[in-house]
Design a protein around this ligand. Structure first.
Ligand code: COA
Length: 179
Protein backbone atom coordinates (compact mmCIF):
# COMPACT_ATOMS: atom_id res chain seq x y z
CA UNK A 1 0.00 0.00 0.00
CA UNK A 2 1.17 3.59 -0.49
CA UNK A 3 3.08 5.27 2.29
CA UNK A 4 2.03 8.30 4.35
CA UNK A 5 3.76 11.69 4.36
CA UNK A 6 3.90 14.82 6.59
CA UNK A 7 6.39 17.65 6.25
CA UNK A 8 8.84 15.57 4.24
CA UNK A 9 8.75 12.62 6.66
CA UNK A 10 7.45 9.47 4.98
CA UNK A 11 6.16 6.14 6.28
CA UNK A 12 6.44 2.96 4.28
CA UNK A 13 6.14 -0.76 4.89
CA UNK A 14 9.51 -2.52 5.20
CA UNK A 15 10.68 -5.37 2.99
CA UNK A 16 13.22 -8.05 3.79
CA UNK A 17 15.97 -5.77 2.46
CA UNK A 18 15.35 -3.46 5.45
CA UNK A 19 16.00 -6.09 8.15
CA UNK A 20 19.56 -5.02 8.99
CA UNK A 21 18.62 -1.33 9.05
CA UNK A 22 15.63 -1.89 11.32
CA UNK A 23 17.58 -4.21 13.64
CA UNK A 24 20.22 -1.49 14.13
CA UNK A 25 17.61 1.27 14.46
CA UNK A 26 15.55 -0.77 16.93
CA UNK A 27 18.50 -1.48 19.19
CA UNK A 28 19.67 2.15 19.05
CA UNK A 29 16.25 3.57 19.91
CA UNK A 30 15.71 1.06 22.74
CA UNK A 31 18.99 2.15 24.32
CA UNK A 32 18.14 5.82 23.73
CA UNK A 33 14.75 5.54 25.47
CA UNK A 34 15.36 2.84 28.07
CA UNK A 35 19.16 2.59 28.47
CA UNK A 36 19.29 4.49 31.78
CA UNK A 37 16.54 2.38 33.36
CA UNK A 38 17.44 -0.96 31.76
CA UNK A 39 21.17 -1.45 32.47
CA UNK A 40 23.79 -4.04 31.57
CA UNK A 41 24.29 -6.97 31.55
CA UNK A 42 20.59 -7.70 30.94
CA UNK A 43 20.34 -4.98 28.31
CA UNK A 44 22.76 -6.67 25.88
CA UNK A 45 20.96 -9.98 26.32
CA UNK A 46 17.62 -8.31 25.67
CA UNK A 47 18.96 -6.51 22.58
CA UNK A 48 20.43 -9.74 21.18
CA UNK A 49 17.09 -11.51 21.67
CA UNK A 50 14.73 -8.76 20.54
CA UNK A 51 16.71 -7.04 17.77
CA UNK A 52 18.72 -9.72 15.98
CA UNK A 53 18.49 -9.46 12.18
CA UNK A 54 16.67 -12.83 12.09
CA UNK A 55 14.05 -11.70 14.61
CA UNK A 56 13.49 -8.45 12.73
CA UNK A 57 13.34 -10.25 9.35
CA UNK A 58 10.55 -12.44 10.81
CA UNK A 59 8.77 -9.31 12.09
CA UNK A 60 8.95 -7.83 8.59
CA UNK A 61 8.03 -10.91 6.59
CA UNK A 62 6.11 -13.20 8.97
CA UNK A 63 2.41 -14.01 8.50
CA UNK A 64 0.16 -11.29 9.93
CA UNK A 65 3.16 -9.14 10.81
CA UNK A 66 4.42 -5.84 9.40
CA UNK A 67 7.07 -3.24 10.18
CA UNK A 68 6.64 0.38 9.08
CA UNK A 69 9.62 2.73 8.97
CA UNK A 70 9.61 6.54 9.09
CA UNK A 71 12.28 8.23 6.99
CA UNK A 72 13.40 11.85 7.38
CA UNK A 73 13.76 14.30 4.47
CA UNK A 74 17.20 12.83 3.66
CA UNK A 75 15.78 9.31 3.62
CA UNK A 76 17.38 8.30 6.93
CA UNK A 77 15.31 5.91 9.12
CA UNK A 78 14.25 7.73 12.31
CA UNK A 79 11.32 5.73 13.65
CA UNK A 80 9.44 2.50 13.21
CA UNK A 81 6.46 0.44 14.33
CA UNK A 82 5.98 -3.32 14.41
CA UNK A 83 2.34 -4.41 14.20
CA UNK A 84 0.80 -7.89 14.24
CA UNK A 85 -2.64 -9.32 13.72
CA UNK A 86 -3.41 -11.21 16.94
CA UNK A 87 -5.93 -13.52 18.61
CA UNK A 88 -4.94 -12.02 21.97
CA UNK A 89 -7.74 -9.59 22.79
CA UNK A 90 -7.62 -6.85 25.45
CA UNK A 91 -9.90 -7.26 28.50
CA UNK A 92 -13.55 -6.45 27.79
CA UNK A 93 -13.16 -6.71 23.99
CA UNK A 94 -13.86 -10.40 23.38
CA UNK A 95 -14.70 -11.22 19.79
CA UNK A 96 -13.10 -8.09 18.35
CA UNK A 97 -10.62 -8.36 15.48
CA UNK A 98 -7.40 -7.12 17.10
CA UNK A 99 -4.01 -5.80 16.08
CA UNK A 100 -1.12 -5.33 18.50
CA UNK A 101 1.57 -2.69 18.22
CA UNK A 102 4.59 -4.66 19.44
CA UNK A 103 7.12 -1.82 19.10
CA UNK A 104 6.75 1.90 18.48
CA UNK A 105 9.69 4.30 18.49
CA UNK A 106 10.61 7.78 17.19
CA UNK A 107 14.21 9.02 17.49
CA UNK A 108 14.45 11.70 20.23
CA UNK A 109 15.93 14.15 17.70
CA UNK A 110 12.65 14.03 15.74
CA UNK A 111 10.08 13.84 18.56
CA UNK A 112 7.45 16.52 19.12
CA UNK A 113 6.86 17.15 15.39
CA UNK A 114 3.89 14.89 14.78
CA UNK A 115 5.95 11.96 13.52
CA UNK A 116 4.58 9.56 16.16
CA UNK A 117 1.00 10.58 15.38
CA UNK A 118 1.63 10.09 11.65
CA UNK A 119 3.10 6.63 12.26
CA UNK A 120 0.19 5.61 14.50
CA UNK A 121 -2.34 6.88 11.94
CA UNK A 122 -0.63 4.76 9.34
CA UNK A 123 -0.82 1.67 11.57
CA UNK A 124 -4.52 2.33 12.33
CA UNK A 125 -5.34 2.76 8.64
CA UNK A 126 -3.62 -0.49 7.70
CA UNK A 127 -5.37 -2.32 10.57
CA UNK A 128 -8.77 -0.88 9.59
CA UNK A 129 -8.30 -1.80 5.92
CA UNK A 130 -7.82 -5.43 6.94
CA UNK A 131 -10.87 -5.56 9.23
CA UNK A 132 -9.25 -4.48 12.50
CA UNK A 133 -11.68 -3.30 15.20
CA UNK A 134 -9.22 -2.58 18.00
CA UNK A 135 -5.51 -1.83 18.23
CA UNK A 136 -3.67 -2.41 21.48
CA UNK A 137 -0.19 -2.28 22.96
CA UNK A 138 1.64 -2.66 26.23
CA UNK A 139 3.74 0.11 27.66
CA UNK A 140 5.94 0.42 30.74
CA UNK A 141 3.93 1.99 33.57
CA UNK A 142 6.90 4.33 34.29
CA UNK A 143 7.05 5.59 30.67
CA UNK A 144 4.95 8.71 31.30
CA UNK A 145 6.00 10.19 27.93
CA UNK A 146 4.61 7.20 26.03
CA UNK A 147 1.44 6.93 28.15
CA UNK A 148 0.73 10.66 27.64
CA UNK A 149 1.21 10.25 23.89
CA UNK A 150 -1.10 7.23 23.63
CA UNK A 151 -3.79 8.91 25.79
CA UNK A 152 -3.58 11.98 23.54
CA UNK A 153 -4.23 9.72 20.54
CA UNK A 154 -7.33 8.26 22.21
CA UNK A 155 -5.98 5.05 23.74
CA UNK A 156 -7.33 3.97 27.14
CA UNK A 157 -5.62 1.92 29.84
CA UNK A 158 -7.60 -1.33 29.91
CA UNK A 159 -5.41 -3.81 31.78
CA UNK A 160 -1.89 -4.93 32.60
CA UNK A 161 0.61 -7.43 31.24
CA UNK A 162 4.05 -8.62 32.34
CA UNK A 163 7.25 -7.43 30.66
CA UNK A 164 10.33 -9.58 31.32
CA UNK A 165 13.79 -7.99 31.45
CA UNK A 166 16.44 -10.25 32.95
CA UNK A 167 15.25 -11.17 36.45
CA UNK A 168 12.91 -8.20 36.47
CA UNK A 169 9.18 -8.48 35.77
CA UNK A 170 7.36 -5.19 35.20
CA UNK A 171 3.59 -4.78 35.25
CA UNK A 172 3.09 -2.92 31.96
CA UNK A 173 -0.12 -1.09 31.13
CA UNK A 174 -2.23 -2.53 28.33
CA UNK A 175 -3.67 0.35 26.31
CA UNK A 176 -6.30 -0.02 23.59
CA UNK A 177 -7.93 2.12 20.91
CA UNK A 178 -11.19 1.22 19.19
CA UNK A 179 -10.74 1.68 15.44
C1 COA B 1 6.03 8.21 22.45
C2 COA B 1 6.62 8.74 21.15
C3 COA B 1 6.45 7.68 20.08
C4 COA B 1 5.88 10.03 20.73
O1 COA B 1 6.35 10.42 19.42
P1 COA B 1 6.36 11.95 18.94
O2 COA B 1 6.75 11.95 17.50
O3 COA B 1 7.17 12.78 19.85
O4 COA B 1 4.82 12.36 19.11
P2 COA B 1 4.02 13.48 18.28
O5 COA B 1 4.89 14.67 18.10
O6 COA B 1 3.47 12.85 17.06
O7 COA B 1 2.83 13.82 19.28
C5 COA B 1 1.46 13.56 18.92
C6 COA B 1 0.56 14.20 19.97
O8 COA B 1 0.83 13.61 21.23
C7 COA B 1 1.14 14.64 22.16
N1 COA B 1 2.11 14.12 23.12
C8 COA B 1 3.35 13.63 22.86
N2 COA B 1 3.92 13.24 24.02
C9 COA B 1 3.04 13.52 25.00
C10 COA B 1 3.04 13.37 26.41
N3 COA B 1 4.08 12.86 27.06
N4 COA B 1 1.96 13.77 27.13
C11 COA B 1 0.88 14.29 26.49
N5 COA B 1 0.81 14.46 25.14
C12 COA B 1 1.87 14.08 24.42
C13 COA B 1 1.72 15.76 21.32
O9 COA B 1 1.65 17.00 21.99
C14 COA B 1 0.83 15.70 20.13
O10 COA B 1 -0.43 16.27 20.44
P3 COA B 1 -0.99 17.52 19.58
O11 COA B 1 -1.39 16.92 18.28
O12 COA B 1 -2.12 18.02 20.38
O13 COA B 1 0.14 18.47 19.45
C15 COA B 1 8.12 9.12 21.34
O14 COA B 1 8.22 9.96 22.47
C16 COA B 1 9.04 7.94 21.55
O15 COA B 1 9.36 7.24 20.60
N6 COA B 1 9.54 7.73 22.78
C17 COA B 1 10.57 6.76 23.08
C18 COA B 1 10.19 5.34 22.75
C19 COA B 1 9.02 4.84 23.50
O16 COA B 1 8.92 5.00 24.70
N7 COA B 1 8.10 4.21 22.76
C20 COA B 1 6.90 3.62 23.32
C21 COA B 1 7.15 2.20 23.65
S1 COA B 1 5.65 1.47 24.30
Amino acid sequence: MPGTQIDEYTVRRCSGDDAETIAALGARLFVQAYGPTHPEPDRSRYLAKAYSVDVIAEAIEGDGSAVFVVEDPEGAPIGYAHMISTMEIPPGMDGWRAFEIVRFYVDAAHQGRGVGAMLMNHCCNVARQTGGEVIWLQTWSQASWAIGFYLRLGFKIVGKKAFYFGERVDDDHVMALRL
